[in-house]
Design a protein around this ligand. Structure first.
Ligand code: ATP
Length: 360
């Protein structure tokens, strides 16, 4: 089974274009995360897949079949929202059982299915409680159980963890990951939290202003960002991006000069010989040296931010500033000290200045 958005555009009555020619397809059994900043069109994409919203143009296909105009209940999908609503007067058991009751599932099968999903989500001892007797995390798990109990082909989750505190969010995320591996169903998970996306997704679709900017594995998104936007959106802290000039086999941004050839390796072959570009490098990829050497740049420590086990250094030189993340900061590091940095060639990405498209 495959899911495909084909050239889907959604423009609302007030003229807002929430999705712009979205082309995205994936196979069954994946956990696809739709990631992007607030307002980029994530929920709209999810609602169109569920059938709660109709595209202005384009089609949605499931298993090669056009479902664009199929009502939600005929799509074999369930959905968990951020503001999930449990029935307050029903027990946890009855809340979870509800989708099976409306489908007329025989009693013995219903009881078995509810217990099975409750066991997976560690809800068995809570089955007789009412929603008001649950913690936020427990109630959230009940909403997930209700969405999964009838074994939908696809489970859509729109920011389902955002009401939870940080620790519970992490625990539920791990639970979801385990559940996905166990069930083998297709999950589509919407979030604006890149860390959540990186941890959960088998693949991540990054949206920006209604357009798909990259669809890839967490590794690809992290190490090979397709655009400057992705480089600056992903990572904690995100990639350093520096606007500068390609000159004679090196990249220059103020006093910062990065040689693009070293021994056998060269990156300049795939770049224009000259002109303005954007260089990106992850904060943890920058190397720190105690003394100056070939290819190093002297920078001044502006801020030292200890976030155990990491230390985040804010470094400046004339015309450039970068963040460095390290677990082995130089000894006696103080604000105002000079450190020497180098940029390994394999860790560099380059983007066009105007379009932000990846050059290398
Ligand atoms: P968030 O993370 O904040 O929930 P999102 O990425 O899910 O955002 P959407 O809810 O899909 O974004 O909205 C995309 C754009 O469409 C936004 O600019 C939003 O204001 C707009 N929008 C959404 N629903 C409507 C509507 N019914 N009428 C007009 N504009 C809408």
């Amino acid at each position: 089974m495959t899911v495909a958005f084909r050239n889907v555009t959604k423009t609302f009555a007030d003229g807002t274009t929430a999705l712009d020619s979205l082309d995205l397809s994936f196979a069954s059994g994946e956990l696809v995360v739709i990631l992007g900043p607030s307002g980029c069109g994530k929920s709209t994409a999810c609602r169109i897949l569920a059938g709660l919203e109709t595209p202005s143009s384009g089609t949605v296909e499931v298993d090669g079949k056009d479902v664009t105009n199929l009502p939600p209940r005929e799509r074999g999908m369930s959905m968990v929202f951020q503001s999930y609503a449990l029935y307050p007067h029903k027990t946890v058991f009855e809340n979870i059982a509800y989708p099976l009751r409306v489908r007329g599932t025989p009693k013995a099968e219903l009881v078995r299915a509810v217990h099975e999903v409750a066991a997976m989500l560690q809800l068995e001892r809570l089955l007789e409680r009412r929603p008001r007797q649950l913690s936020g995390g427990e109630a959230q798990r009940v909403a997930v159980a209700r969405a999964l109990v009838w074994k939908p082909q696809i489970c859509l989750m729109d920011e389902p963890l955002s009401n939870l505190d940080a620790l519970l969010r992490l625990k539920t995320r791990i639970e979801l990951k385990r559940l996905h591996a166990e069930l083998g169903q297709t999950f589509v998970f919407v979030t604006h939290d890149q860390e959540e996306a990186m941890s959960l997704g088998t693949r991540i679709a990054v949206l920006n202003r209604g357009a798909l900017v990259q669809f890839g594995t967490p590794q690809e998104i992290y190490h090979q960002p397709a655009t400057r936007f992705v480089a600056e959106f992903i990572g904690k802290p995100a990639s350093n991006t520096l606007e500068g000039e390609l000159v004679e086999g090196s990249f220059r941004c103020g006093a910062l000069v990065v040689p693009l050839r070293a021994d056998a390796a060269t990156v300049s072959a795939t770049l224009p010989a000259s002109g303005r570009v954007v260089l990106a490098i992850r904060p943890e990829a920058v190397r720190l040296h105690e003394v100056a050497g070939p290819g190093t740049v002297a920078m001044t420590v502006e801020v030292v931010d200890a976030v155990p086990p990491d230390t985040i250094l804010s470094l400046v030189c004339a015309g450039a500033s970068i963040l460095v993340r390290t677990q082995a900061p130089p000894a006696n590091l103080v604000v105002g000290a000079t450190v020497h940095v180098s940029f390994p060639l394999s860790a560099l990405s380059f983007f066009e200045l105007e379009s932000g498209a990846r050059l290398r």
